[in-house]
Design a protein around this ligand. Structure first.
Ligand code: IMP
Ligand code: MG
Length: 175
């Protein structure tokens, strides 16, 4: 398996992000909203670097490609979210690809009454964005390859890997 980002590099970068976020929020309570399921490992590591009053909340976003919905329409499941009114949110996702998911979720959280929404992604794929959107915090910019590990999956597998790797062709072809 081709390791793209080692667990040591991830740890060092998460340390830096934690310090940056802690400084930027300046003592203000943060509600970290994680996007399931890819956020889980990143969220668990990052929140332990925030020196803050911190709340944790989770939601799920998925793109359906059925006949009843237009292609790739985003469905948000937010029944686990607490009342967002007046909260200062840090929205956390594993990867920014086209940008559709995170930009929609920012609008969604604002419509739920969040006072502010900042965004943090562990990875950002270069040259893939179709929606104009600038995240506030980015862990690593990566080339346009399908990656797995540290929360990121292929068919719900490989999330447990402690590093980020490029998905081998053998994993998709069965060979
Ligand atoms: P976007 O809406 O196109 O930005 O897609 C973001 C979502 O697509 C992420 O939350 C991931 O679930 C998924 N995704 C995009 N690229 C990859 C990848 O390389 N590996 C695993 N998941 C990915
Ligand atoms: Mg995802």
């Amino acid at each position: 398996m081709q390791v793209l980002i080692s667990s040591e590099r991830i740890r060092d970068r998460v340390d830096e992000l934690g310090a940056e976020i802690t400084a930027d929020f300046d003592g203000q309570p943060i509600t970290v909203v994680g996007v399931l399921t890819g956020c889980l490992v990143f969220l668990a590591d990052l929140i332990r670097r925030l020196n803050h009053p911190t709340h944790i909340a989770l939601l799920q976003a998925s793109s359906y490609r059925g006949t009843a919905t237009s292609p790739g329409e985003l469905t948000v499941r937010d029944e686990l979210l607490p009342d967002m009114t007046g909260r200062h949110v840090l929205l956390l996702d594993d990867i920014l690809d086209t940008g559709r998911t995170i930009s929609k979720l920012v609008d969604h959280l604002k419509s739920k009454g969040a006072a502010s929404v900042r965004t943090c992604v562990l990875l950002r794929k270069i040259g893939r964005q179709t929606v104009e959107f600038e995240p506030d915090y980015v862990g690593f910019a990566i080339p346009d390859k399908f990656v797995i590990g540290y929360g990121l999956d292929f068919n719900d597998l490989y999330r447990h890997l402690p590093f980020i790797a490029v998905l081998p062709d053998s994993a998709t072809t069965g060979g």
